[in-house]
Structure formats: structure tokens, C-alpha cells
Design a binder for this molecule. Structure first.
Ligand code: SF4
Length: 117
């Protein structure tokens, strides 16, 4: 069982995960610096604790989340990005169809500013 108090990818105040995950939200430190890191979808993906969407490492929607929204992002990744749930993601469907994917589009078809497609 994990006995760490902070993420192994948080090294000298730097998120080493940014070498693999291109579009992280700015504010994840509540997770990086505490035992909550075991719930971080990027930690889970990089350490192969779970499988996930092939586009997760460069999905631009993650960077759209503002300070304090990381809990919401984690809920979305549980519902859509991890395991095989990405098959229900609107972004994934557009990407697979070769269509342009709006940056602000969320997996359920809504956007961060509240509109729906
Ligand atoms: S908790 Fe997540 S965001 Fe923070 S360093 Fe670890 S993998 Fe990166």
C-alpha cells in the first residue's frame, strides 16, 4: 500500500508529470502535496494504475480548468477519461471522426461556461 504524503511526480516543487501530460490545470497542488495524489488521474495514468483515453496526455480541455476546479476535473475524468469510458466522450467522438474539437467542449457535450452543444 502507498505510504507517501505527496506525489512521486512532484519533485522540488516541480510537477514532473508535465513531461508527459501536456495540458494540466494550473492549480493541482492540493493534490500534488498531499495523500490526495492517489486520486489524481494523471498520476494514475502515468503509473499505469488505470487505462485511459489515448488523447488524455494532450487533451487541451484540462488546461481550461481554473484554480479550484481540480476536484471537478477529477470527477469528469472518472466519468469519461479513464478505463474505457472515453467511448462516451463527445470530444473523443469528434476527434475520431476527424472533426475540429472546440477547446472548451467538455466530455458530456457542455462547456465550462455552461452552454450545451
Ligand atoms: S498529483 Fe497529479 S498533477 Fe500533481 S504532480 Fe502528481 S501527477 Fe502531477
Amino acid at each position: 500500500m502507498q505510504d507517501r504524503k505527496s506525489c512521486p511526480l512532484f519533485v522540488d516543487f516541480v510537477r514532473e508529470c508535465t513531461k508527459e501530460i501536456v495540458c494540466l490545470p494550473q492549480d493541482t497542488f492540493d493534490y500534488c502535496t498531499t495523500e490526495k495524489f492517489t486520486n489524481c488521474p494523471f498520476y494514475l495514468l502515468i503509473y499505469k494504475k488505470v487505462t485511459g483515453c489515448e488523447y488524455m496526455r494532450k487533451c487541451p480541455v484540462y488546461a481550461q480548468f481554473k484554480s479550484g476546479d481540480f476536484d471537478k476535473l477529477i470527477e469528469i475524468t472518472k466519468q469519461y477519461c479513464l478505463f474505457d469510458k472515453f467511448l462516451y466522450c463527445k470530444r473523443y467522438a469528434l476527434e475520431k471522426a476527424g472533426m475540429k474539437v472546440p477547446v472548451e467542449l467538455l466530455p458530456d457535450g457542455s462547456t465550462l461556461n455552461g452552454s450545451t452543444s
